[in-house]
Design a protein around this ligand. Sequence first.
Ligand code: GLY
Ligand code: MN
Ligand code: MN
Length: 424
Amino acid sequence: MSRAVDSAVQPFAARRARLLAQLPPGTVAVLTTAPEVMRNSDSPYPYRHDSYFYYLSGFAEPESTLVLLAAHGDALARSILFCRNKDPEHEIWDGFRYGPEAACAAFGFDEAYAIDDFDKKMATLLGSGSKRRRKQIKKAELLPLLDAMRLLKDDSEQATMGRAAGISALAHVRAMRAMARSGAGLPEYALEAELLYEFRLHGAQAPAYPSIVASGANACVLHYSANNAVTRDGDLVLIDAGCELDGYASDITRTFPVNGRFTTPQRQLYELVLAAQAAALAAVAPGQPYSAIHEAAVRVLTEGMLELGLLDKNTCGSVADAIAEQRHRQFYMHGTGHWLGMDVHDVGQYRDIHAEGKPSRALQAGMVLTVEPGIYVRPAAGVPDIYWNTGIRIEDDVLVTPHGHTILSAAAPKSVAEIEKLMQ
Ligand code: GLY
Ligand code: MN
Ligand code: MN
């Protein structure tokens, strides 16, 4: 592990070293990347590596396995890659592949071998039949170690996530401008096309999850992804879309008027969600419990729902009663965020599972999370009809810093004034 490696692959080598230092002596961790999946006959789905494998290797080719040998007696820890051999014939069709020798040098592994030799080599590495037998660590023991590491983003991850969120913010701006230029009648998928264009223009490899472009009542469908309705004058559009850049996700939601101007009821609901987000963001700082973010959003939303008459004061009682009975769930039925990282809903515990009573865990510098309150009003008896079929969510990507937080997605406008100005 002492081998000098190129600065681009240094973070991966450092993660391997940190994991190896935590593995029990004499154990072996085996991490295989994702399989290629065929869409039909000889056409594959776009390939995406396994996040754990990539986190430790930086190696994006399929048919690869990483073997990490913890120190064992006087034998030092080692990291070994198994990958596809060089194959000039296949490379004519499908492009460059490293092969073990070049991969070993370029990515800073201790050894590398052909994946075809995996079974034979593994028998040797595990020391089958010898006194120096090694034991393969079970996934259930390995993944919690990795999840804890992945939860705290290192400098290189923070930099990539900042770039990913920046690209996605540009994509949201582009969609708002396209909406303003074309006006009502533009199909939702045309806005989706603007997002995808901006993602690729800046080198992002793919959307991090299916883009939601939901106009009018569609915005009340939380995982709407048909994106095939036509935008109508007087409606809002909710866009939840983020790119994946170099293995890292971004996840931004903005909601804006088709015609560039919020109506009074739309503005009332929008300002309420924005205030809830501000309260939630104020709770993002090291040492604060994760649960405080959702609690802050729910308090503001509940107060607003009672004030606007979405919730009936006579049936709900005080704000405290309404919160205790979770009345907000009629219009706000999801959590206020999640960890964000290589996966859009990233790994990591939300509770301190080792502490008495499993309390919500304290935020730490280096964590990245989304803050995404919303309000979704479906037609219902007792609900003022001026708010019906309105869905609003405002979602940002937030890095916990030593003294507070940084909003990675801040370049996407979100105040009523900023949005209306941009769309003029
Ligand atoms: N786009 C998925 C989410 O917001 O969690
Ligand atoms: Mn999200
Ligand atoms: Mn989202």
